[in-house]
Design a protein around this ligand. Structure first.
Ligand code: NAD
Ligand code: ZN
Length: 346
């Protein structure tokens, strides 16, 4: 086991301790209260022996169950276990479990203490960090939610050993996103180690996790409540969320295509060079991510209009002016529709 790395994140109401390369079995050190687990059926089936003897709330898996009905079902179970404020919720699973757990913990009894043990690469590098906890409602992604920071986030790489290949690629998409919005040296690191990354060599995955968490947490700490700086984390996500809702493609893959579209707009606007675009495209492909999609534009347009970030007739888009450099631009709906109709990607 490698040396444990810790990062302390300071937020308005809570400090979060992030542990990278920590063993799951040490989780009790960070739990202040009676632990109860929330996990999904896959994670529980594969890893459940590790939390035998503790109360466990198992939910189904996948984006489809990230909704209010699941939240209500968890509330029922918390009542069943007579959970009071002396309990501590541990969310163990991918981004879906983390998002739901954070929301439940923020609302049940007006807030219980909680921690995350993210088990997908995407959740370790991204979803578990930042305290945005949301569920989907009537086709609107993450439209109901809270800002609520966990006490700890424990990343144990052992969980990644059971992750299907397809799921690891989803994590790569968010890591590339972090490089593109903030750190050209991370981009180079990924390029230099593509084959080791694809086979999940522990040293490089640990380095990427650390860098990714640093980038995301720096942005989040500067703008915990999403009033400005944090917007850049949405790079690729306006299109990505729409693609995810319409096609059912997984989050990371939808974001990969969303980033391609955002880069295509960046070129059209004169911010980004063609060769940077091709460079990124090649890396995404090497990481097993999709870079184009055949789908019905009208549905994507409708989904974008539904997007919660729409402001009047304009949409904030995060564009790129180079690797590690973003520009926020407002695009009118007409401009966006025209762009989608002419896109070579979608
Ligand atoms: N809150 C945020 O800031 C934030 C950021 C990024 C993404 N997200 C959200 O995260 C979600 C995507 O997260 P995800 O990609 O982790 O998806 P997920 O939680 O759906 O997990 C993907 C699949 O992998 C399975 N799984 C999880 N851990 C496993 C393991 N160790 N071994 C085998 N299978 C395992 C799950 O059961 C599921 O089937 C989306 O809902 C997205 O909106 C939130
Ligand atoms: Zn994302």
């Amino acid at each position: 086991m490698k040396q444990v790395k810790t990062i302390r994140l300071n937020f308005d109401k809570t400090d979060t301790l992030v542990l990278i390369d920590e063993k799951f079995s040490f989780f009790t050190r960070f739990v202040s209260g009676l632990p109860i687990f929330i996990t999904d059926d896959n994670v529980n089936r594969i890893w459940g022996k590790n939390w035998e003897g503790y109360p466990v709330i198992e939910i189904k898996s996948g984006e489809k169950i990230k909704n209010v009905e699941t939240v209500v079902e968890i509330y029922r179970q918390l009542l069943h276990y007579h959970v009071d404020r002396s309990w501590f919720i541990v969310g163990i699973g991918g981004g879906v479990v983390c998002d739901i757990t954070g929301f439940v913990a923020g609302t049940f009894l007006r807030g219980l203490r909680f921690g995350f043990i993210p088990t997908t690469l995407l959740a370790q590098c991204d979803a578990a960090i930042g305290g945005k906890n949301g569920v989907n409602f009537e086709g609107h992604k993450n439209i109901i939610g809270t800002f609520n920071q966990p006490d700890f986030i424990l990343c144990d790489p052992v969980f990644l050993t059971s992750l299907p290949k397809d799921e690891t690629a989803n994590g790569f998409a968010e890591i590339v996103k972090h490089a593109l919005i903030a750190d050209d040296s991370l981009f180079s690191l990924i390029e230099q180690h593509v084959s080791d990354i694809c086979t999940l060599q522990p040293d490089i995955i640990s380095a990427l996790t650390m860098k990714s968490i640093n980038i995301k947490s720096t942005v989040v700490m500067a703008d915990e409540h999403d009033l400005g700086e944090r917007l850049k984390l949405n790079f690729g996500h306006t299109f990505g969320h729409a693609i995810e809702s319409v096609t059912g493609l997984s989050h990371g893959k939808a974001i990969s295509i969303g980033m391609m579209l955002a880069m295509e707009i960046s070129i059209k606007k004169g911010f980004l060079k063609d060769d940077t675009f091709l460079h990124v495209k090649s890396l995404l492909m090497q990481l097993g991510l999709p870079v184009s999609l055949r789908t019905d534009h009208s549905k994507i347009k409708e989904a974008i209009i539904k997007d919660k970030k729409r402001q009047e007739q304009k949409i904030h888009f995060v564009l790129l002016s180079g690797i590690g450099r973003t520009i926020i631009e407002q695009l009118s709906l007409e401009e966006m529709n025209r762009f989608l109709d002419q896109s070579a990607i979608i």
